[in-house]
Design a protein around this ligand. Structure first.
Ligand code: PLP
Length: 422
């Protein structure tokens, strides 16, 4: 069980909305840093341990700069994410480039930045060689296929578009070795929002065993293993957070039994989590705009799925706190909606909440990863601002809200007048 309560003082938050109109996302720097330190501490037994923050979860350079200060690298998978990393001064082996269906210019950019490149297919080896040249250090993404059971978001590994089969991996490393690649890494990512510790422990065992076999068969040396991201967070009050120190000790035991026992130590352990790094420490703050009673009671917020798509996309649960009514009984049942002309634009269905009134402020929890980032402009909806609550209590706007001018920026509205239509 986790408790879910808004960390913000009601009067303080109300005052904040006079400076920054709702809706907005707000991130808690102190909590993000404390969590980052806990991640590093949990794996400190591995001298080369590094968490590469999956930028796609919260692609804001100010957040990335904070995580960089905590020793994290970044996991990028697009040109924009590489440029964002560069803007923060993250380059070289602090960047893990784990893309798929990758265009040649992105490989070139990743090579220019000295990023660790992780290939998604055996055919990408000659593609990379031709368009960007081969680096000394190369990683491949493994898809364990039927060895792993499915996961809700990523699905069954055999159905997933990612990674190489086991047989292909042996061939890929052999070809890379023969082309002069001298340093090797291996990567997998088969889960998303997974809270089962055993799922990760088992994946790591599969990877370690594979490293032993690949090293022996091909006479190559692995210097890194990236166990991917996908660690879940307790979205519902009934969820239990994954016990990271316990997962780490499982991994450590297997590291001794396979990696050390086979003389393959040291091996740098990498992780590329996004969700569990920032997710619980970001909140979407919104205000009740309408309350309508028809067959059900619908509470319309000034936020919509443009600000947070997960409930509409996956039916995901996001906890909602009503500001100033924290101790009121949750004795009313509401569908909490946005303003998009899509019936699935609902933050919650049949949610028990305190009685709501026009103008109430609500805090939607666990929006700090895959929240603002997934936003879109369908239906002419604009993405909100992102704010950062600094450790000293100051609030900084780290991304302004979109304006109508942003929305029309790719159109020539005046040109329509000259467009001949008969
Ligand atoms: C999305 C993604 C991540 C991060 O996933 P989380 O669930 O946010 O931890 C890491 N690596 C890759 C390759 C991804 O696609």
């Amino acid at each position: 069980m986790s408790t879910k309560a808004s960390p913000f003082d009601p009067a303080w938050l109300e005052e904040l909305t006079s400076r920054y109109p709702t809706p907005f996302h707000i991130y808690d720097e102190k909590a993000i840093r404390a969590n980052a330190r806990a991640v590093n501490a949990a794996f400190s037994w591995n001298k080369g341990f590094r968490e590469y923050f999956a930028v796609k979860a919260t692609p804001n350079p100010y957040i990335v700069k904070i995580l960089k200060a905590e020793g994290f690298g970044v996991d990028c998978s697009s040109m924009a994410e590489l440029q964002l990393a560069q803007a923060v001064g993250v380059a070289g082996d602090s960047v893990f480039f784990s893309s798929n269906d990758t265009p040649e210019e992105e490989f070139r950019k990743a090579r220019d930045m000295g990023a660790v490149i992780n290939l998604d297919d055996i055919s990408h080896l000659p593609f990379l060689e031709q368009h960007a040249g081969l680096p000394d250090l190369l990683s491949f993404r493994y898809n364990p296929g039927p060895l792993k059971k499915g996961n809700v978001i990523i699905g069954h590994p055999e159905e997933a578009k990612y990674g190489l089969t086991r047989d292909q991996l042996f061939e890929a490393y052999r070809q890379a070795r023969d082309k002069g690649v001298s340093r090797f890494g291996i990567h997998t990512m088969v889960a998303s929002n997974e809270l089962d510790l055993n799922y990760f422990a088992e994946t790591v065992e599969i990877l370690f065993d594979l490293i032993v076999e690949l090293s022996r068969t091909l006479d190559i040396r692995f210097e890194l293993v990236n166990i991917g991201g996908g660690i879940g967070i307790p979205y519902t009050p009934d969820d239990t957070p994954l016990d990271l120190p316990r997962l780490s000790s499982h991994i450590r035991r297997h590291y001794k039994e396979t990696i050390v026992a086979n003389g393959l130590d040291p091996l740098n352990l990498y992780m590329e989590c996004g969700r569990m790094i920032t997710g619980p420490y970001g909140y979407l703050v919104s205000r009740v705009r309408h309350i309508k009673n028809t067959y059900k009671t619908f509470v319309g917020l000034d936020a919509c799925m443009a600000n947070l798509m997960r409930p509409a996309l996956y039916g995901a649960y996001h906890h909602i706190s009503v500001v100033g009514k924290e101790n009121a009984p949750a004795d009313h049942v509401y569908d909490v909606t946005g303003s998009l002309c899509e019936n699935n634009d609902k933050f919650a269905i049949d949610r028990e909440l305190p009685e709501l009134a026009f103008g109430d402020l609500v805090v939607i929890h666990d929006a700090g990863a895959h929240g603002h980032a997934m936003g879109f402009n369908y239906n002419g909806k604009l993405r909100s601002a992102e704010l950062l609550l600094r450790e000293n209590g100051d609030v900084v706007e780290i991304r302004r809200a979109e304006t109508i001018d942003d929305y029309f920026a790719t159109l020539d509205l005046d040109g329509v007048a000259d467009f001949a239509v008969t």
